[in-house]
Design a protein around this ligand. Structure first.
Ligand code: SF4
Length: 101
C-alpha cells in the first residue's frame, strides 16, 4: 500500500491535518460536523466554516487519530514536521462511506 500525503487545512484560528493512511472510514467527522467535513467537496475539510472550538472537539472524536487539530499559535503535537501545504486530495484519499456512485 502506498503512503498517502498528510493533508493540511488551516485558517487563521485553527489548523487541521488529515492522514489518509490511518483513517478507518468511520464517518464520525462527516456526521458530526458536516459543514466542515464534507467528502462531496474537492477540498473536503473546511475549518473556516465552524468555530475553532467545534472543529477541535470534532477532531478529538476521530477514532483513528487520522484527524488532528490545534489552535493558531499553539505547537502541534509531534509528527507534523513533514506536513505539506493543502492540496486537493485524490478521490481515494477521503473518508468515504458517502462517496456515492
Ligand atoms: S477522519 Fe473521519 S472518517 Fe476517518 S477515522 Fe477520523 S472520524 Fe472517521
Amino acid at each position: 500500500m502506498t503512503s498517502r500525503r498528510l493533508q493540511v487545512y488551516a485558517t487563521g484560528a485553527v489548523t487541521v491535518t488529515f492522514d489518509p493512511n490511518i483513517c478507518v472510514h468511520s464517518g464520525a467527522c462527516v456526521r458530526g460536523l458536516p459543514q466542515v467535513f464534507n467528502v462531496r467537496e474537492k477540498r473536503w475539510v473546511r475549518p473556516e466554516r465552524a468555530p475553532a472550538d467545534a472543529v477541535i472537539a470534532q477532531v478529538q472524536r476521530c477514532p483513528s487519530g487520522a484527524l488532528r487539530a490545534w489552535r493558531a499559535g499553539e505547537d502541534p503535537s509531534p509528527g507534523h514536521d513533514g506536513a505539506h501545504a493543502a492540496t486537493a486530495p485524490d478521490a481515494d484519499d477521503v473518508p468515504l462511506e458517502e462517496r456515492g456512485g
